[in-house]
Design a protein around this ligand. Structure first.
Ligand SMILES: *Cc1c(COP(=O)(O)O)cnc(C)c1O
Length: 474
């Protein structure tokens, strides 16, 4: 019998220990690996973190409370957490060429909240804290909200509209950012599907926002952050970029110059688990002037730091500094463009007609189906995507008319241009075979034999590209 490698021993042993307490959890963890291995994952926001990243999270660093910042904690005995946090920040700064990095945020939403409060605290005198600190933020009445906003000068935020690819945390009502700010959206030029910078400038001049937010979850093109900074400067706004989705492309040197947000924004937020391929988490980068406010993230809006996750972030940032990561980042885009080509050549309509980044947005309207129907039909055929609104979506944000696909995860597995063309074919075949049920935006018919055949083809396509090849659970 061949000797087991370190990763296999580590994960097998960890599962044995977990199984001794609650076997169902051990089984679910093991099953998740099997399921991930078998699924053709085109979800643009997901990826596969390395074994080193995963293992850095499963330990006693988790036991430590460490509110505050490096060297200035509200708890004793944080010497090891200090090392973890400073090494993570050091790698993060070097990776992105950023003057300052705050690696505590637990998620992308949290990173945005830290950034918003930092911006507001930096711009506005803050007598509000005394009055509201003993209240739960959700308990405030509308009148109190108005007062709180007034304390901040009734601040305005200009962000990308949801149907153009913006994110809920960019000032929309279901997220607290929509309660903190009066939001106005900028969108895309209907003719090109790309950001209309002239309209953005006009809107900024008229609305006079305190904050302009760049960044997106479902926009398939590069964004000219240099131009957006000029607009922000012209109206005196703070320019924030949320690079949650495309941080890996910035880290890997795909987005440079005008398209690198770190060079142009006052403050940049990110997740660490999407194209960056780290643990679930967030981070904030900023100019030194904003750092003291960013450092107040915990306890302003964050619970105690997660030292085990910061350890995993340090590993992920270190991995992303290697030359292989730049190759990976470039391949994400090459694959995404190959997928777009493959779809276009089969007559599938794409928002903006193509892609410059890791994602492609399909307009499924010409197939006579909704995004909801397309998403389920593809899932029934073994292809995991998600539905997404498209600009001026006639089916709204729930049913939608779009399907978002992304290549970071499959590129991590090693799939390339040839496989992207095959995947385009599978997607096209399923969409063309899906018939909406009379009068329904959710129900549809799809020949089960066809779904089964596509599903088998998807599995065959993945076979030469094993996921976590170094991990053998036995
Ligand atoms: C995914 C995403 C977030 C939220 O990240 P979470 O870690 O899920 O909180 C925020 N902003 C953008 C643009 C995103 O795409």
């Amino acid at each position: 019998m061949p000797e087991l490698n370190a990763e296999s021993i580590a994960f097998r042993s960890a599962l044995d220990v977990v199984r001794s307490v609650e076997p169902r959890i051990a089984d679910a963890i093991a099953q998740e690996l099997t399921d991930q291995r078998e699924s053709l994952k085109l979800i643009a926001s997901e990826n596969y973190a390395s074994p080193a990243v995963l293992l850095a999270m499963g330990n006693w660093l988790s036991d430590k409370y460490a509110e505050g910042t490096v060297g200035r904690r509200f708890y004793a005995g944080c010497q090891n957490v200090d090392i973890v946090e400073s090494v993570a920040a050091e790698h993060a700064k070097a990776l992105f060429g950023a003057p300052y990095a705050y690696v505590q945020p637990h998620s992308g939403i949290d990173a945005n909240l830290v950034a918003y409060w930092a911006i507001l605290a930096d711009r506005v005198e803050v007598p509000y804290l005394k009055k509201f600190e003993k209240r739960q933020i959700n308990d405030l009445t509308d009148a109190e909200w108005a007062e709180l906003r007034q304390a901040f000068g009734n601040q305005r935020l200009l962000g990308m509209s949801l149907d153009a690819g913006g994110h809920l945390t960019h000032g929309f009502r279901p997220n607290i950012s929509g309660k903190m700010f009066d939001q106005r959206s900028y969108g895309v030029d209907p003719a090109t599907g790309q950001i209309d910078y002239a309209a953005l400038l006009e809107s900024a001049k008229e609305f006079k926002p305190a904050v302009i937010v760049g960044g997106y979850s479902a926009y398939p093109r590069k964004v000219n952050f240099a131009k957006m900074r000029e607009i922000a400067d012209e109206v005196g706004a703070t320019f924030m970029v949320d690079m949650a989705h495309f941080a890996g492309l910035v880290a890997g040197g795909v987005f440079t110059g005008d398209f690198n947000p770190i060079e142009h924004a006052h403050i940049v937020t990110t997740t660490t688990h999407k194209s960056l391929r780290g643990p679930r988490g967030g981070a904030v980068f900023c100019q030194p002037e904003l750092a003291p406010q960013v450092d107040r993230g915990c306890p302003m809006v964050l619970g105690g730091p997660l030292p085990h996750v910061m350890a995993a972030k340090a590993i992920a940032f270190a991995e992303a500094r290697r030359p292989e990561f730049a190759t990976y980042a470039q391949q994400i885009v090459t694959n995404s463009q190959a997928l777009a080509e493959g779809l276009l050549k089969r007559g599938v309509q794409l928002v903006s007609g193509g892609t410059d980044n890791h994602l492609v947005l399909l307009d499924v309207h010409p197939f006579g189906i909704t995004g909801r129907q397309a998403e389920q039909a593809l899932l029934d055929s073994g292809i995991v995507t998600n539905r997404n609104a498209i600009p001026n979506d006639p089916n709204g944000a729930w049913y939608t008319s779009g399907i978002r696909v992304g290549t970071p995860a499959l590129t991590s597995r090693g799939l390339g241009v040839a496989e992207m063309d095959q995947i385009a074919d599978l997607i096209h075949t399923v969409l063309a075979a899906t018939t909406p049920a009379e009068g329904s935006k959710a129900k549809f018919t799809l020949d089960p034999a066809l779904a089964d055949r596509i599903s088998k083809q998807a599995t065959e396509l993945l076979a030469p590209f094993p996921l976590y090849p170094s991990v053998d659970l036995g």
